[in-house]
Ligand binder design. Structure first.
Ligand SMILES: Cc1cc2nc3c(=O)[nH]c(=O)nc-3n(C[C@H](O)[C@H](O)[C@H](O)COP(=O)(O)OP(=O)(O)OC[C@H]3O[C@@H](n4cnc5c(N)ncnc54)[C@H](O)[C@@H]3O)c2cc1C
Length: 390
């Protein structure tokens, strides 16, 4: 029997689930999500899932602010929890990065985000366990926090299913089907599915998947290592931080744990092939992170290192996502989130579904993030790069 769908989504991570949910809401009745392994088998299941309200591109800041509201109202919007925990988020940087911090505050505020500059004393009042130099420049987003990436993805997928979408696990898409310059469906090991719309949300596998169809996206998977520290609660962070002085991030976790890691591409990051093993971080890396945590939270000296984890992120050339049409009619992608996709997942699905449905406002909003910007020689200009707010 011939299989047909209104839309096929390749990949059952947070993005695939979000696109499915919002396409279903827009009346695409038969949406099929095809997942090579299981829901959350890629980056999503290994995410730190911090929502930091750090953005320098207005288009991405808008996605963040919109998504934050979705995390806060997950039950009302999607019918179930996403594990949202509001901790507040401080960004700390040296005086040489003052312009970078002010720029983030300006861009995020303009998008409607709640963020302000904080004096070192006000920061220490909020986070007494932390030391902070008088010369440091600090932003504070009281609504920042973190969520449960697996719960979010299941909630979005269940919302999509309630509207008729279906999830097919252990079913990899092996080929795009095309006629002329139009996508007509996909092939899997067991069937062909005819569909006028195909969305590639295949995380680290995206570039390899599209290459046989003659579409080159300069995406590179990178394995990032996450450390876990167990410390007395009085000495541990109560809030989430991005620390550009010590090149470190940290957020609280349940069970007296702190999730933390490097913002320095030279430590805890490694270029990999899609699908490469993601082993437990080395003791050496754990010590690297711990030493820097102690420099910021001196009482953590009394803690102990626990087993962390690692996972793949998908870097784009300008570290901003690729959202929108690909060169074949009917073919779209949501990829290249460069280690920062979870915090925008609800709005990515909402906006991409709107774009697919022909909504002019969504087309305009996503235009800066169009995948063709690289071929057009118009990558986004970032004021700061990975690990630097200078
Ligand atoms: C260690 C780590 C920390 C992170 N921290 C943060 C953070 O603090 N904040 C934040 O916002 N983001 C963070 N991220 C990034 C965030 O998790 C990702 O941007 C997001 O999960 C990407 O979701 P996705 O759905 O695009 O990709 P994925 O979750 O990778 O999903 C893609 C799916 O596609 C499937 N697939 C691939 N090829 C095929 C095929 N041919 N057929 C069918 N299925 C296929 C895969 O199995 C996979 O399940 C972090 C990521 C990692 C790994």
């Amino acid at each position: 029997m011939a299989h047909t769908a209104d839309a096929v989504i390749i990949g059952g991570g947070a993005m695939g689930a979000s696109v499915a949910c919002h396409l279903a809401r827009r009346g695409f009745g038969r949406v099929q999500v095809l997942e090579r392994e299981a829901l959350c088998a890629g980056s999503t299941g290994r995410s730190v899932a911090s929502v930091d309200l750090l953005a320098q591109q207005p288009s991405v800041a808008a996605l963040q602010v919109r998504s934050l509201r979705a995390f806060q109202q997950s039950c009302e919007l999607y019918g179930d929890e996403c594990g949202w925990v509001q901790t507040g988020m401080a960004v700390l940087a040296g005086a040489d990065s003052a312009d970078g911090v002010r720029d983030v505050v300006r861009v995020v505020s303009a998008a409607g985000g709640n963020i302000e500059l904080l004096s070192p004393q006000a920061y220490r009042d909020i986070e007494p366990a932390s030391v902070c130099d008088e010369a440091e420049v600090i932003s504070w987003a009281p609504e920042g926090g973190y969520l449960d990436p697996v719960l979010l993805t299941n909630t979005l997928m269940n919302a999509a299913r309630a509207l008729g979408a279906t999830l097919h696990q252990s079913e990899p898409v092996t080929e795009l089907l095309c006629t002329g310059d139009r996508v007509t469906g996909v092939r899997t090991p067991t069937r062909e599915i005819a569909a006028p719309i195909v969305v590639v949300a295949a995380g680290p596998w995206t570039a390899d998947f599209l290459r046989p169809a003659g579409i080159e996206l300069a995406l590179r998977p990178n394995r990032h290592e996450v450390a876990l520290l167990a410390c007395p609660s009085a000495a541990s962070p109560r809030i989430s931080i991005l620390d550009f002085v010590h090149l470190l991030y940290a957020r609280p976790e349940t069970g007296g744990l702190t999730v933390c890691g490097s913002l320095d591409m030279a430590a805890g990051y490694e270029w990999i092939e899609a699908g490469a093993e993601c082993p437990t971080p080395s003791m050496e890396y754990g010590m690297w992170v711990w030493e820097r945590m102690v420099a910021r939270f001196p009482g953590m000296q009394r803690g102990e290192l626990r087993k962390g984890w690692s996972g793949p992120v998908t870097m784009s050339p300008d570290t901003q996502p690729l959202l929108g049409r690909l060169p074949l009619e009917g073919l779209y992608c949501a990829c290249g989130f460069s280690g920062a996709g979870l915090k925008i997942a609800p709005a990515v699905g909402e906006q991409l579904a709107a774009l697919i449905a022909g909504d002019a406002a969504a087309m305009e909003a996503l235009h800066p993030l169009r995948p063709s910007r690289f071929a057009e020689g118009q990558p986004l200009h970032n004021r700061y790069t990975w690990g630097s707010l200078g």
